[in-house]
Design a protein around this ligand. Structure first.
Ligand code: NDP
Length: 245
């Protein structure tokens, strides 16, 4: 296992959920974190908690290539380099296709797919130049199976899986690539569902009752980051034991 002390890790979607817990856990292991998300108050609070020697933030919308590059440059300027990227920002406004909620489809494609691509683009040349680096992309079990209402969300998460595999084969020998597929964990993600009937359908499946703490997924991010440079944990699927979907 590799020591995380002084490892510089950039995390998107760091204002809540997995991103925030991963930031906390990484700093407790001695890492330094570069945090991006849109809600400045949340980022400011988290950086105050983690300390300015170990954390920095920039308000970042991952759908903007320019803002993603600005975040990476800010991180490099602050900590001298970026060793690892956690491409975590995502939204999940589930709905049936017949509802035609096309604005939400566009948003999911922009955040969940383009955001991941812009994240990779913002650090890739820097990592290739140094012939080392690590990129962790957060997909979902919805990136392995599709349910009514998840067609577009699953589409974006299948895309994250394909992008991760493409990145792995193209960067072999230089960059460690991991794709994580979480099941139901307690975060703010369900609040991105705006279709009321879909929210009711989801509640009736009882996922809220079996969802496990976000820290468990943060631990899987830390585990992937702790691997020796010669080893890549390429995929992690992590669900509540009680989840049968
Ligand atoms: P949260 O809603 O708690 O966190 C999502 C994060 O993404 C927030 O920090 C949010 O910050 C950020 N975000 C959303 N849109 C943008 C944007 N346009 N630009 C920058 N940041 C953005 O949910 P999770 O922690 O659960 O989600 C993290 C990832 O995990 C997502 O990719 C999600 O799809 C995936 N996932 C989650 C599961 C779960 O059970 N919770 C299961 C499977 C996958 P802000 O609003 O401040 O911008």
């Amino acid at each position: 296992m590799n020591d995380l002390k002084d490892r510089v890790v950039m995390i998107t979607g760091a204002s809540s959920g997995f991103g925030r817990e991963a930031a906390r856990m990484l700093v407790s292991h001695g890492a330094k974190v570069i945090l991006g998300a849109r809600r400045e108050e949340k980022l400011k609070e988290l950086c105050a908690e983690l300390g300015s020697d170990a954390s920095t933030y920039m308000v970042t919308d991952v759908t903007s290539k320019e803002q993603m590059h600005a975040l990476a440059q800010h991180g490099i300027k602050t900590f001298g380099r970026i060793d690892s990227l956690v491409n975590n920002a995502g939204i999940m406004p589930l709905s049936l296709i017949k509802k035609g909620r096309t604005d939400e489809w566009d948003q999911m494609i922009d955040v969940n797919i383009k955001g991941v691509l812009y994240g990779i683009d913002s650090v890739y040349a820097h990592m290739l130049e140094r012939e080392s680096g690590q990129i962790i992309n957060i997909s979902s079990v919805a990136g392995k199976r599709v349910m009514p209402g998840s067609a577009v969300y699953s589409g974006t998460k299948y895309a994250v899986r394909a992008i991760s595999e493409g990145l792995r084969v193209e960067s072999a020998g230089k960059i460690q690539v991991t794709c994580i597929y979480p099941g139901a964990f307690t975060t703010e993600l369900a609040f991105t569902i705006k279709d009321e009937s879909m929210m009711e359908a989801l509640m009736s499946r009882g996922l809220g009752a079996i969802a496990q703490p976000a820290e468990r997924v943060a631990e899987s991010i830390v585990y992937a980051l702790q691997q020796d440079p010669g080893v890549s944990v390429n995929e992690i699927v992590i669900r509540p034991t009680a989840q049968d979907t």
